[in-house]
Design a protein around this ligand. Structure first.
Ligand SMILES: [Zn+2]
Length: 291
């Protein structure tokens, strides 16, 4: 009986994953804004994958959808106390050591490595295999997709569940959290760019829409950021929870990879001396450490 249950849940998981992949393909050229079209928005993927987060004893308390917060430190973000950037090496690169759990299949592992490597061509971030460093990103398949914001010290879990998180945009999204970024719709200037409809939000999930006093690094609000949730995020009634303003029909939260602004922000936060940073339209605002 136990074996049967195990087989059944394995089957259910693979059906679930298959459904997600089909939605990806189906929606690639479909930019509609109905809830059905939103099946592959970042937030929909995260919500599906995170349905069971917190049920495991060793999971961190998860707030803001997929941002992990250590229990007991909810009121004092470690970033504000000691800075949470990853250190810069003398060659100008920022080396972020990583370890990938052996839970993954070869295909999944390759997908994760591709995601890690995707930062190198356009930023100074270099995710490199762990080699004795004390602070590193510990990539594991836990019950959902989540990450801490910024460097926390020692091994910090970035959870990429095999059931629903091993996709390019989710991998980049969680790594951007680990580099220090929050969700786009929590930005300090979000009220000029989106309207939040709390009346449509699942009761108890309103905290996902709290505004954060972010430093925005002189970059514009970006609906196409891989950090932006979709318009039906945490909806209790199939009605939108995030509406772009002034044009309500603009597509939001559908990024399949980091946007140019996501890349620019990484370059500004870490003061990368890359072509992308050089080409930046606005002057870099120094001393603005994010968060
Ligand atoms: Zn997130």
């Amino acid at each position: 009986m136990i074996l049967q249950t195990a087989v059944l849940s394995a089957l259910l998981c693979s059906v679930h994953t298959f459904t997600l992949q089909t939605s990806f393909e189906k929606n690639e050229e479909n930019l509609g804004n109905t809830i059905e079209d939103d099946d592959f928005s970042i937030s929909t993927l995260l919500e599906k994958a995170n349905a069971n987060v917190g049920k495991n004893f060793d999971d961190p308390l998860v707030l803001f959808g997929d941002i992990a917060v250590p229990t007991g430190l909810q009121n004092a973000d470690p970033c504000t106390a000691r800075g949470c950037l990853w250190p810069k090496a003398t060659d100008g690169n920022v080396y972020v050591p990583y370890r990938i759990s052996n839970q993954y299949s070869r295909r999944e592992r390759n997908e994760i490595i591709q995601g890690l490597r995707s930062f190198a061509p356009s930023t100074c971030i270099r995710f490199t295999p762990l080699n004795g460093q004390s602070d590193f990103v510990d990539i594991q398949s836990r019950s959902g997709c989540f990450s801490f914001v910024g460097r926390r010290g020692r091994a910090q879990v970035v959870s990429l569940s095999r059931q629903g998180c091993v996709f390019r945009q989710i991998i980049q999204h969680e790594l951007l959290h680990a580099l220090g970024f929050n969700h786009e719709q929590t930005r300090s200037d979000r009220d000029q760019n989106v309207r939040i409809l709390l009346e449509n939000v699942i009761p108890g999930m309103e905290f996902n829409f709290r505004k954060i006093d972010t430093r925005n690094l002189g970059t514009p609000y970006d609906y196409n950021s891989v950090m932006h949730y979709g318009r039906f995020a945490f909806s209790r009634n199939r009605q939108p929870t995030i509406i772009p303003i002034p044009n309500a029909n603009v597509t939001i939260g559908r990024a399949t990879q980091m946007s140019a602004t996501d890349i620019l922000r990484v370059n500004r936060l870490y003061r990368c001396n890359t072509t992308a940073a050089m080409r930046a339209p606005k002057p870099v605002q120094r001393n603005q450490v994010f968060y």
